[in-house]
Unconditional design. Structure first.
Length: 117
């Protein structure tokens, strides 16, 4: 029996506009933030998104096809990992800037909330 293999773009074919499109959605940003923080491959179920299973699947596919993440089957699990080395080589500093911006946005109060206090 042959293991199921998912298509990933080669590192040299990862395009900036595809990566930026993939990172333009809050749910996909959360996936990337989680993977960056964990530093290891994790199953899809490890990241709790407030969307349906089919929408979650779509978000992972967009990230994989853009070259942001890898997805591999290990047994019955599909594991996800960040393509940090490939992205850092193609677009130095981009991934760190995006992850830091997401983390800082979560920590900082929103301007409209701060004024209401």
């Amino acid at each position: 029996m042959t293991a199921r293999v998912l298509e990933h773009p080669p590192a040299e074919e990862i395009r900036l506009e595809a990566v930026l499109h993939a990172l333009a959605d809050p749910a996909r940003l959360e996936i990337v933030r989680f993977l960056a923080a964990s530093g290891v491959e994790v199953p899809c179920s490890a990241i709790d998104l407030a969307v349906s299973k089919s929408t979650t699947t779509h978000h992972y596919r967009v990230l994989r096809e853009a070259g942001v993440i890898t997805q591999v089957y290990r047994g019955t699990s599909k594991l996800n990992g960040l393509r940090r080395a490939d992205l850092d080589r193609r677009f130095p500093g981009l991934l760190d800037s995006v992850v830091n911006a997401v983390v800082n946005a979560v920590k900082a109060p929103r301007a409209d909330t701060a004024r209401a206090s």
